[in-house]
Design a protein around this ligand. Structure first.
Ligand code: PA5
Length: 353
């Protein structure tokens, strides 16, 4: 196992530079917000009575987060669809955003095509690929950004571009000040999370070391529920490890009961409870009591408080921490955090290659 303070060893395992993308998160958010400032949508879009963001994996999680940011102020529902087919309630009064970094994800393309057939208002969010081509063919807005990385590593662009689209259609207000607060907070926290910060002072390295050899189960509530999903996905894709996520209060009605069998399983688990100032007071109590149930079974638990006052600040600082942890965990496992051979192989087989 490598020493996380050995920068040479870290660089060797992170050969395609995932850490540089993690470091770039605040900058991605700023650049994306600047990029959508001039965005104008056709008048018809402003009357949409709901928004569906269609995407998968790293291009869907930004949608979950955007929906959380929009939730408290938007008078229309914003929902995320990770599937091939639109539900029946989607009609010409719906804005459908096709979100795909590559622009070539089959599920997203299928939904975008169906939304076109239903005469929905459409926006494509892609760096290129078939989705961008369709937007051009059909004369619908294409929001694009230039950032070369794995889709999940461009999450800042994805989330903030989506927020820009929601702003342009009137679902959210001007987020400049909120975004400034969030990016400043991330920038402030970065020095202690960076590889140059020794493990003794570095909470991300410490958490990665604690998680080594265990299955992280990440718990979130409210706006931090999608962050729990993001942590889980980053442990899967960056660290190549097993990981799951749970959501409070729902998990108190099922998962909390399923911790006894098979024998030995509990010893492999590490529960991570993500919380922050915006958590509902009843969920704050649930975090306490649920953690006690797990600890009562001898299961390792850790509470992680996301700093910041706004939803966006909490969500982004929590994501920043999780992203660093997942790369350090990858380094401990000696695996390149960038490569995702299993996902690529499966996509190839699905397309008959
Ligand atoms: O993180 C990843 O690479 C994946 O989860 C992809 O985001 C997912 O497969 C969808 O691809 P795309 O983002 O190009 O639509």
């Amino acid at each position: 196992m490598i020493d996380l303070d050995d920068l040479g060893a870290l660089e060797k395992v992170d050969r395609d530079g995932m850490l540089a993308h993690v470091r770039a998160l605040p900058e991605q958010c700023r650049a994306a917000w600047a990029g959508v400032q001039g965005l104008e949508l056709p008048d018809r879009y402003l009357g949409a009575n709901k928004v569906v963001i269609a995407g998968m994996g790293g291009s869907a999680i930004g949608g979950d987060l955007a929906a959380e940011v929009a939730g408290p102020e938007s008078s229309i529902p914003v929902m995320v669809l990770r599937d091939y087919e639109l539900p029946a309630h989607v009609d010409r009064n719906t804005l459908v955003i096709g979100s795909s970094y590559s622009g070539n994800t089959e599920e997203t393309l299928a939904v975008f095509q169906e939304a076109h057939e239903r005469d929905c208002s459409l926006v494509a969010l892609a760096t290129g690929g078939r989705l961008a081509e369709l937007a051009q063919e059909w004369g619908v807005p294409l929001v694009s950004f230039r950032y070369k990385s794995q889709p999940r590593a461009a999450m800042g662009f994805n989330l903030v571009s989506l927020l820009g689209i929601l702003r342009a259609m009137g679902a959210v207000g001007d987020l400049t000040a909120t975004l400034d607060e969030a990016t400043a907070l991330m920038a402030e926290r970065m020095p202690e999370l960076e590889p140059g910060s020794p493990q003794t002072y570095n909470p991300a390295k410490q958490l990665a070391a604690d998680l080594y050899g265990r299955v992280p189960v990440v718990v979130g509530a409210g706006s931090l529920a999608p962050v729990a999903r993001r942590w889980k996905s980053q442990f899967n894709e960056n660290s190549k490890g097993w990981s799951y996520f749970e959501v409070l209060p729902e998990m108190d009605h099922n998962a909390v009961s399923g911790i006894h069998f098979p024998p030995g399983a509990a010893e492999q688990i590490y529960m991570l409870f993500l919380t922050g100032a915006a958590a509902h007071p009843r969920n704050r109590l649930r975090f306490e009591l649920t953690q006690q149930v797990f600890e009562g079974q001898g299961i390792l638990c850790r509470r992680i408080e996301a700093p910041g006052q706004t939803t966006l600040a909490q969500v982004l600082t929590a994501i920043q921490l999780g992203d660093y942890v997942s790369v350090y965990l990858a380094a401990l496992y000696g695996t390149d955090p960038t490569a995702i051979d299993d996902i690529v192989g499966l996509k190839r087989r699905m397309s008959g290659g």
